[in-house]
Design a protein around this ligand. Structure first.
Ligand code: CA
Length: 237
């Protein structure tokens, strides 16, 4: 099933051919609440990105099959992943000027050996930025509240953790409660008119949003309207 994030945690794809470092990253990132997937080479990374639509990619510079630079270029070339946050990981032995100067399209980069806390702080900052520029204020619907300044979402007083796309999707719904949107309208409103994404991507993110926002025993607030689309609604029919 093409769904990288099973619990609404931000999902990160770790692309790293050094198994020991990949294991260390997975251990630390999972401890910090990330959903982690791993790819050991560039081609596998591109396949996994297409399949599971991660929220962020941690991309090693030197990789077998396709280099990190080439993977990054391909990520930027594809409409579906043009805005996918990428942090490039480089080794000290690599020419730092080349790393800086090459227009790879990475959002940030970090040099090995790196401090895990520093890396996680950068990942969080990038995920916040990619969540879209918030207008100040708060949105409310039923028992859900969304603080647009801090990006904190609560349902019935409990915190809800959303990936960047699910956050924008919920914000869009909360600005137009009960209105039914087609997948195409959601793509235009949430992803942007110039971005060409497969309509089924909407379904993936709707599924993730539901998993995060609907706690056990709570009402499903996402209404599926057959042959039409989706709405934020407390009435399912
Ligand atoms: Ca490497």
């Amino acid at each position: 099933m093409p769904d990288g994030s099973t619990t609404g945690r931000p999902s990160v794809l770790v692309v790293e051919d050094e198994a020991a470092l990949a294991t260390l990253l997975r251990y630390n990132l999972e401890k910090q609440g990330f959903h982690v997937e791993e790819a050991g080479d560039g081609q596998e990374a591109l396949n996994l990105i297409a399949e599971s639509a991660p929220d962020l990619v941690l991309l090693d510079w030197m990789l077998p099959t396709l280099s990190g630079i080439e993977v990054c270029r391909q990520i930027r070339r594809r409409h579906e992943t043009r805005n996918l946050p990428v942090i490039m990981v480089t080794a000290r032995t690599e020419d730092q000027d080349a790393v800086r100067g090459l227009n790879t399209g990475a959002d940030d980069y970090i040099t090995k050996p790196f401090n895990m806390e520093a890396l996680i702080a950068r990942m969080r900052a990038l995920l916040r930025r990619s969540g879209g520029m918030p207008a100040k204020g708060a949105l409310e619907f039923h028992d859900i509240s969304m603080d647009l300044a801090t990006h904190r979402v609560q349902r019935g007083g409990r915190p809800v953790h959303l990936g960047p796309t699910e956050y924008r999707l919920l914000e869009f719904f909360m600005r137009h409660p009960r209105r039914v949107f087609t997948r195409e309208e959601l793509l235009d409103g949430v992803w942007g008119k110039d971005i060409h994404v497969e309509p089924r991507t909407v379904d993936v993110h709707i599924r993730r949003l539901r998993k995060s926002i609907n706690g056990e025993g709570e009402l499903d607030v996402v209404r599926t309207v057959r042959a039409a689309g989706y709405a934020l609604d407390t009435e399912q029919v």
